[in-house]
Write a protein of this length. Sequence first.
Length: 161
Amino acid sequence: MKKRTILFILMLITSVIIQLFGIPYLGISFTDHDVSLLYWFEDNTPPSITINSPIQDGNYSTAPTFDVDTADNYYIDKKWYTLNINPTKHFFTSNEPISGWTSVPDGTVSITFYVNDTAGNENSDSVIVNKDSINPDINVLSPTTDESFENIAPSYFVEIF
C-alpha cells in the first residue's frame, strides 16, 4: 500500500513538472496555449526611501549611524549613499555608521541616500548635518591650583574656545 502511494505521488509530481517546464530532450515542449503560464509585468514606480536618522541639521563629532527605510512594489536592487558632492558610492545592505566620515572636512555635510529596484527605477533623499570633530579647549581661570577654601564653595571662571 505504501509503495502505491509513493508511486502515485511521484507520478503526480512528474506530471506537474512536465506540464510546467516541458522536457525538450523527450520531445515534450510548450504549446502555444502553455505560454499563459508566464507572467510579464511592467514596473515604472520608483522605490520609496525614508531617512529616520541622522536628523536634519544634527551635530555630530563622530560618524553617525544611519537608519533608512526603503520599500518597493517588487524588489530592491541596490542601496547606497554619497557624502557632499563626492561621487564615491558607499553601498549598504543594512543600517550602519557612515563610512568615509573621516575624509569629510568639518562643517556642513550633505548625505544623499539612493535606492533602485530591479527594473532600474531610482529614488533618493538627502539630509544635511554638521560635522564638528575638534574638541574645545577649556582653560580654568579660577580657582587656581592649590588654592584653599574653608566652608565657602569656590566660584569657577572658565574660558572655552
